[in-house]
Design a protein around this ligand. Structure first.
Ligand code: GAR
Length: 190
């Protein structure tokens, strides 16, 4: 069985999309554990589904967080999925798992990525730039921020009456389809 670890920092709706996909179709992969860098609803979602959870508090661990997650994971998973995980993993962690860490980002990378670009900030920046479209991207994680090779991308049209809030909701619907699709793709080639 192809095993994944899902890393979260917030609501965990993307985690939920993976849980739902696993429970409704024979995907051939399973979630071994859910890791968070703070108390968050994502951890509650995992617990409700009897998935092993672990919190590594970023405020306490600071730069040691990557090392602690690395020790905890060892070689037990085939893929690490960053699903709204906001801590930055260090180069040692990333280099050890080349092409085995992916991230979902709510914009059409390389646009609206990089340091400080997370959550609502991205959608506000997209609206301020008067873009006609946005979307979401699943990409490999490399040593940069949001710079890794793109695996899957989905465009979302921006309508005249859209706000940053409505755009976020529309993109999240697409994220929930794109992330399970990308995991399945990687499972097949690994
Ligand atoms: C998602 O929109 C995800 O793409 C974004 O955080 C949200 C997490 O939502 N990630 C980033 O902005 C990373 N730069 P969720 O906790 O409900 O899955």
């Amino acid at each position: 069985m192809f095993k994944i670890a899902v890393l979260v920092s917030g609501g965990g709706s993307n985690l939920q999309s993976i849980i739902d996909t696993i429970s409704t179709s024979k995907v051939g992969y399973e979630i071994s554990c859910v890791i968070a860098d703070r108390e968050c609803y994502g951890i509650e979602r995992a617990k409700k589904n009897n998935i092993e959870t672990k919190i590594f508090d970023r405020k306490i661990l600071k730069k040691d967080i990557s090392k602690k997650i690395d020790e905890y994971l060892g070689n037990r998973v085939n893929l690490v999925v960053l699903a709204g995980f906001l801590s930055i993993l260090d180069e040692e962690f990333i280099n050890k798992r080349r092409r085995r860490i992916i991230n979902i980002h709510p914009s059409l990378l390389p646009k609206f990525g990089g340091p400080g670009m997370f959550g609502m900030r991205i959608h506000r920046a997209v609206m301020e730039a008067k873009e006609f479209e946005s979307g979401c991207t699943v990409h490999y994680v490399d040593a940069g921020i949001d710079t890794g090779e793109i695996i899957e991308q989905k465009k979302v049209k921006i309508e005249v009456d859209d706000t940053a809030e409505t755009l976020q909701k529309k993109i999240l619907v697409e994220e929930h389809k794109l992330l399970p699709k990308a995991i399945r793709k990687l499972m097949k080639i690994n």
